[in-house]
Design a protein. Structure first.
Length: 272
């Protein structure tokens, strides 16, 4: 299902990416602000696109793979925008927005026509909350992964004195580390609520809080891994590059959960 609104979303994101790349080379505050405004425009437009899809199918807009990817793209953009505003740093956007555009493009150009689905208690408000906050957690962890990679790359460039115009636009290493940690805090908080909502949803739907589904076990493992990262990152010996390497390694648990577990191991978690 493709509409003018879907193309508008991609246009906003693409223009924002171009402006942020321009900002990375020129350090123009006006260009940076325009990039942020376009990103905000994309986020708002994307929200209404998701709402439009929900009305078309008569249910949550992310009950299939394409809807899930669109929601991930939107929440990644939302999370980045929040982190950008909180830390007042725009130089990371050129490395985040390509993923937003890629996921949104797949949903726009490859998704089949929307068909109405039968409403059931399985797709009620609690299910919507469960899926939304879980995918928010994935988006936040993805953001922390990219920022941690930037930290490690910049740290390597500085140690080997490989300096150029672009690297001077990057946030300081300490700022990148704080941005990564902030993203993980968002992810851990969201995943905690997502798991809680999932247990309640399972109790109402299946009559028991814990079903033993592999997705439940892996989600708890992901939560434990990132909670351990937050605990270790408070210790001086685990700050800096070591903490960022742990953050990068932890993200592979998320990838495993979102791909292998969803498609091959879980009985009722397919796209979230």
């Amino acid at each position: 299902m493709t509409s003018i609104l879907d193309y508008l979303v991609l246009a906003f994101y693409a223009v924002s990416l171009g402006l942020h790349i321009w900002y990375l080379y020129t350090d123009s505050r006006l260009v940076g602000r325009l990039g942020t405004v376009c990103l905000a425009g994309g986020v708002v437009s994307h929200y209404f696109a998701l709402l439009s899809r929900a009305r078309a199918v008569g249910s949550v807009p992310y009950q299939d793979l394409y809807g899930s990817m669109s929601l991930f793209a939107w929440l990644l953009a939302v999370t980045y925008l929040g982190i950008e505003r909180f830390h007042r740093q725009r130089a990371v956007a050129p490395f985040i927005l390509p993923f937003v555009i890629a996921f949104a493009s797949v949903s726009t150009f490859l998704a089949p026509a929307a068909e109405a689905v039968h409403r059931s208690k399985a797709y009620g408000p609690l299910f919507a909350l469960h899926v939304t906050v879980n995918i928010l957690a994935y988006a936040a962890f993805a953001l922390s992964f990219v920022v941690s990679l930037l930290y490690l790359a910049q740290n390597r460039w500085l140690r080997h004195r490989r300096l150029g115009t672009v690297i001077w636009r990057f946030p300081a290493l300490e700022v990148l580390e704080r941005m990564s940690r902030s993203s993980v805090i968002v992810g851990v908080s969201a995943l905690s609520f997502g798991i809680l909502f999932g247990f309640i949803w399972a109790r109402r739907l299946l009559g028991q809080y814990i079903t033993g589904d592999p997705k439940e076990i892996v989600s708890l493992l992901v939560l434990l891994v990132y909670a351990t990262y937050l605990w270790l990152s408070r210790k001086t010996a685990w700050r800096g590059a070591r903490a960022c390497r742990l953050c990068v390694a932890s993200f592979f648990f998320v990838i495993f959960s979102y791909t292998v577990v969803n498609f091959y191991l879980s009985s009722y978690h397919r796209f979230f």
